[in-house]
Design a protein around this ligand. Structure first.
Ligand code: S3P
Length: 749
């Protein structure tokens, strides 16, 4: 048997937290011996009977002798006394940790006992877990599962001690975070101590009223939810409020200020500002839940969700409306925000990327209602109306948000910082920072390789430039043009090949004059945008997965309704047609200034391999992962060249697709700017093409959805890891794909 992590663990105190950790140590066999000291003899006897400890002691000094881990699991106020008692008996290099919910005062207590030279094994900790019940019997082996444990290593703490504690808490299946002591106390003051204080305060306020009986008798859900935590232990909270006094008083000041804003808005009946405030708070609540909670997991590249697609004879049929266009949704918020007057958006994509843009503008003081069923109302603040955000703007997975906003923020009076998730943090930002610097912007890419975070110093007077885009990128083009709105004189961008022109079209819809001559787009700064109505078409990039699914499935018959067919986006239609797909574009019409149509596609003949036309590459740039699946099912070889940009998308889409295709039995060769795929299709033969296997999507939504479609022609199960990013662009994907006939199961962590 391998050595356990610890020889002897001594618990001082064995309540809910201590006894839960003891249960983990027993279950995971992390210690040769566990002992404890508590004031109550009965607790020690019970702990022995429960098999949690081998020995119980009346005093801490007896318990800690020869222990290599000491866990102080008692009220924080007792820390100093216990440390004084155990000091003479500590083994060399013993690790000492605690579980208290304030940390500054624990460190103070330790300094009072040991002086500035604290023992190197001393590493305070705080598991953020609790339950209604207390005591040794209330402990649970799974109390810490998926909970956060904060360790606050000190300058004196040894790395090995921190490392061993991380191993201990990881064995409890907790997520371990290291933080400095002051930061810990500040964060907890806001996230835990202030809410408890407010709950006690509200209950007290209502209890003091004469009609309190009625109030409590008829208390609605709101009161019940809000006041639940006021039923916590008064002694404990009394201690915490004193222990973390400074940080808590600061948090209360912030609360009072915010409360007086709210009071004023109600008193003045300022409806728009009140809606803005409530909408911002509601969105922030969803945003934090939805996006930030996931961030640490993704940063460590842990798989957070997976798809499993089962083989079997498949059909693929139906009429579908895929969600709104991502590019158009982003721009509708951005332009609506800086316009004068109100903008009403319908068909808005309620995916995480577009929501990140929406949140960013709320953070900059724009009042936005919705989204509700794809409807958003933006109360524009005009060209000079954006306000400094209180903290860094979080762009999640969205390159479009970060690059377009780089342009807009470079022209503002305030400083700003933009951050993103693990995938966005690896994407090149110098491509936009460089031309913006030429315009006079003070913009820095503070990541390792010209990558995010992006940091911008405000108050720069920008001047227009003429820029020859070195790569075909609509995001860079748009970022420069948007900065140009505030720049002196003319800003023009010449693109190597035409890219999506939603920025140009939509600026015109907002009344801004934008000129296009060949590949050169120009505008003159200093004008204004006027709020308008925007109808977002369905996203052809999302429809593409269903087009490919239908093209590779025998007898498939799929109609995708009201899809945007802006000519700068229709490369996928052209390429599929060249591969021989049975695809027709029906009912062409104009909606909200963009051409739309129904796309009808059938699985009636085997596709053939082609050399994909290079002039279509920018017009199908997001659709290649899906097209590679089509190519694998085609007869003969497919060659793609001139598509190096695919290497800097949400993942390196050439490499990641090649890796996945190979796992699934497809012969392919990635090249610097494309790929060669040996199609396995045979005319008239609709049998399986893919072997199935385990695919790593690298948290790239389009990789995940493309390999899902391979499930229509697989002989074995396909498991795709890291699929949670599908929600960035196509939140209804699994539902629609299963309705059409795919056998897709979602496994959440
Ligand atoms: C987009 C432009 C493209 C595309 C992205 C959206 C846009 O990126 O891949 O999904 O909305 O402008 P590049 O500009 O990097 O080619």
């Amino acid at each position: 048997m391998s050595q356990p992590l610890f020889k002897k663990v001594a618990f001082i105190g064995l309540g809910l937290i201590g006894s839960s950790l003891a249960r983990v140590i027993v279950a995971e066999q992390l210690a040769a011996q566990i002992v404890a000291s508590t004031r109550s003899k009965k607790t020690l006897e019970d702990a022995k009977a429960l098999g949690l400890i081998q020995h119980g002691y009346a005093t801490p000094e007896e318990a800690v002798q020869d222990a290599d881990l000491i866990v102080l699991a008692l009220p924080v106020r007792a820390t100093q006394k216990v440390l004084e008692q155990i000091k003479p008996y500590l083994a060399d290099n013993a690790i000492i940790t605690d579980v208290g919910s304030t940390k500054g005062n624990v460190v103070e207590a330790a300094k009072a006992v040991f002086g500035e030279n604290l023992p190197i094994g001393f590493v305070p900790g705080h598991p953020i877990a609790g339950a209604e019940h207390t005591g040794v019997h209330a402990g649970k082996v799974d109390l810490f599962v998926n909970h956060k444990v904060i360790l606050t290593p000190l300058p004196t703490s040894a790395d090995w001690a921190v490392e061993k504690l991380i191993q201990l808490w990881s064995a409890a299946k907790a997520e371990v975070i290291c933080m400095d002591v002051t930061k810990h106390d500040e964060v907890l003051a806001h996230t835990s101590h202030l809410p408890h204080l407010m709950a006690f305060n509200l209950v007290e306020q209502l209890a003091n009223r004469e009609d309190n009986l009625d109030i409590f008798r008829y208390a609605a859900g709101g009161f019940r939810d809000f006041s639940r935590i006021a039923a916590s232990d008064p002694q404990m909270w009394h201690d915490i409020f004193f222990a973390n006094k400074t940080a808590i008083l600061n948090a209360v000041d912030g609360f009072e200020q915010q409360l007086s804003v709210l009071k004023k808005l109600i008193a003045q009946e300022d409806s728009q500002a009140l809606m803005g405030l409530l909408g911002h708070a509601q969105a922030a609540r969803q945003h934090f839940n939805h996006m930030l909670a996931k961030k640490p997991l993704m940063e460590k590249n842990k798989v957070t969700q997976q798809f499993t697609i089962l083989p079997g004879k498949k059909t693929f049929t139906g009429k579908f409306t895929v969600p709104g266009d991502k590019s158009v949704s982003h721009r509708s918020i951005m332009f609506g925000a800086i316009a004068e007057g109100t903008t009403h958006v319908t068909g808005f994509l309620e995916g995480e990327d577009a929501l990140a843009t929406l949140q960013a503008f709320r953070d900059m003081g724009v009042s936005i209602e919705g989204p509700k069923n794809g409807e958003v109302t933006i109360h524009g603040v005009g060209m000079q109306g954006l306000k400094a955000p209180a903290s860094a703007l979080y762009m999640g997975n969205s390159g479009t948000s970060m690059r377009l906003l780089s342009g807009m923020l470079s022209a503002q009076k305030f400083d700003s910082v933009m951050t993103g998730d693990a995938s966005l943090s690896k994407r090149p930002m110098e491509r936009i920072a460089k031309p913006l610097r030429e315009m006079g912007a003070l913009i820095q890419t503070t990541g390792e390789k010209g990558t995010p975070p992006v940091s911008i110093t405000g108050s720069q007077a920008l001047k227009g430039i003429q820029y020859d885009l070195p790569m075909a990128s609509a995001q860079v083009k748009s970022g420069i043009l948007l900065a140009g709105l505030w720049a002196a004189g003319e800003t023009s961008v010449t693109e190597p090949e035409p890219t999506r022109d939603h920025t140009e079209r939509m600026l015109r819809a907002f009344g801004y004059d934008v000129k296009t001559e060949g590949n050169k787009i120009s505008l003159i700064g200093g004008g204004k945008l006027v709020g308008t109505d925007i109808q977002v078409p369905s996203d052809i990039s999302s429809a593409a997965f269903f087009m490919v699914g239908a093209a590779i499935t025998e007898g498939a018959d799929v109609i995708l309704e009201a899809v945007g067919i802006n000519p700068t986006r229709t490369g996928v239609i052209e390429i599929l047609k060249q591969m021989g797909a049975d695809l027709t574009v029906e009912n062409e019409r104009i909606a909200g200034g963009e051409p739309i149509a129904d796309i009808h596609i059938k699985g009636s003949r085997t596709l053939k391999g082609i050399h994909m036309p290079e002039d279509q590459v920018p017009l199908a740039i997001d659709e290649f992962p899906a097209l590679f699946i089509a190519a694998a099912c085609a007869e003969g070889q497919t060659v793609l060249t001139g598509a190096a940009e695919l290497r800097v998308k949400e993942s390196d889409r050439i490499q990641v697709m090649a890796d996945g295709l190979k796992i699934m039995g497809i012969d392919c060769t990635p090249t610097e700017d494309g790929i060669i795929i040996e199609g396995k299709g045979k005319s008239g033969d609709w049998s399986a093409i893919f072997t199935g296997g385990e695919i790593e999507s690298h948290h790239d939504h389009r990789i995940a959805m493309s390999f899902s479609m391979a499930g229509l022609r697989t002989s074995g199960n396909i498991t795709i890891h890291g699929t949670e990013t599908v929600a960035t662009s196509f939140p209804t994907f699994t539902e629609l794909a299963n309705t059409a006939g795919l056998d897709l199961q979602v496994m959440n962590p």
